[in-house]
Design a protein around this ligand. Sequence first.
Ligand code: S3P
Length: 180
Amino acid sequence: MTGSPRRHLILVGLMGAGKTAVGEACARRLERAFVDTDAVIVAAAGVSIAEIFAAEGEDGFRQRERRAVTDACSAAEPAVIACGGGVVVDPDNRRDLRRAGVVVWLTAAAEVLVQRVGAGDGRPLLAVGEPLDALTRLAEEREPHYRRAADTVIDTTGLGIDEVADAAVRALAAEGVARR
Ligand code: S3P
């Protein structure tokens, strides 16, 4: 049933929030397709995110990301969409996400995010300086954007992937969206 216009389950949050792992778990539970905007960008470009940043700068990456968000939001079948951490900064992305689905913001303390991302390999925004400093700064800068984009927030600190996925699926149901 696709009665609700806001039908996708959309996960946002900083690097290390668990969007991809939780998104995959949600997709299995809901028997939906899983779309990861980073994976879409990499598949379309044929090179890694680090290589896109190196060749085209962050602006080039954000243009690609904007297209990935538009495509994911307009998919006919309700899906689970995990967004790269910076997607919410663009107001057009925020508008599209809010129209297309229930937006769940996954948070965690910066120290927890750092444990999960390790050395930050493959994430150009963590390549300079200490990951903890970068994540602390990004958390502060982006907090208002996540807040504007999100219908609901889940603090994942101390929770496993399955517990977070359960909470995200409950959030979708609470918004009155059918499973398929
Ligand atoms: C970014 C997060 C990354 C990826 C890119 C930029 C960001 O995605 O899109 O490195 O701006 O926060 P994840 O949040 O999936 O790591």
